[in-house]
Design a protein around this ligand. Sequence first.
Ligand code: SF4
Ligand code: SF4
Length: 346
Amino acid sequence: MIKLSRAEIIKLPLILKELGYDVIVPIRSDRNVKLNHFSSDVMPELDYVRIINSPKDFLLPTRELLYRYKSTATITSYGLKIRFPTTEGPCPVSIMPEYTTPKGKLAFFGIHPCMVNSIRYLDKVMLSEPADPYYKARRQDMFVAALECDEGDDYCLCKTVGTYKVLSNLADILMRRSNGSFLVQAKSPKGEEVLARFGKKEELDKYESALPKLGNEYKIESADEDSINSGDASKIVEACTLCGSCTITCPTCYCSDILDKFSLMDPANVERNRVRMSCQRKCYSMIAGGATFLHTKQERFKWRICHKFPFSQNAYNLTGCIGCGNCIAFCPARIDFREFIARRVA
Ligand code: SF4
Ligand code: SF4
């Protein structure tokens, strides 16, 4: 482990850029800190508590072109005519088998342990067979330089869900603030290579991750499916404006819809896009014919909590909530799911 000054650690994204990474760093704008692409005229923010977005926005973009396909739709004097296979022969849609997966390699610099753990969760979802080729391409050769938190805010619950610590296989470099400097340790051969560029001799022992100081401490008490579904959340969700901010800012909410984009001028050339979707909107559970399964705010709220806890636990043996608190901090109605499933202990 080596010790780096603030001036030295700020050089790390530059080194990663020189190594060919598209480096993503926290950047302070007017009111928030947001992850964005690093360039030499950008100053990464290292003294922050929360970021409004997350690695998900770079690994699973809000909108992504999956592929193009040709349809035999034609414009007639009556409008757009699409042939359907049941009435007029074989399926008129021919999907081009070639799709292009994203190129280049990503590096995250200065993300907190909860955010690193969000990548762990997304890996479970997106890399389980059949793996998502777009996510897989971005995830390959990725580099993570994580910054440990010493202090959270009133919305953090990383200690409750155990995500304040970065598992050794998830980061290449681990950094921690220490009396105005940074203690930095390599966690992978790639990390060692990068740190070697500072030309400093390893002279300190490796440290153990410490518990951050948080505003509140909670214990989750009723996060099984039966308790969630039988609980009364009507008062909690009363003020929900259905804005979708909770799912947009959640680092592990990955639900999406498929949207085809075609032009009346060129109906044979259709773009198929994956577009992020919020389970807090009624259209989320709408199926062909217009039926919906999640009618009320309360049903949709409970669905989200079920997905984060029992569903994820059953499917991946992992909690889907990484305790960042974004869904509470950025909710305009300050709807707090902890009031529904947890008890404050400190
Ligand atoms: S952020 Fe708050 S108000 Fe917006 S959909 Fe989520 S719970 Fe409702
Ligand atoms: S559910 Fe809320 S606290 Fe949990 S990961 Fe998503 S945004 Fe963070």
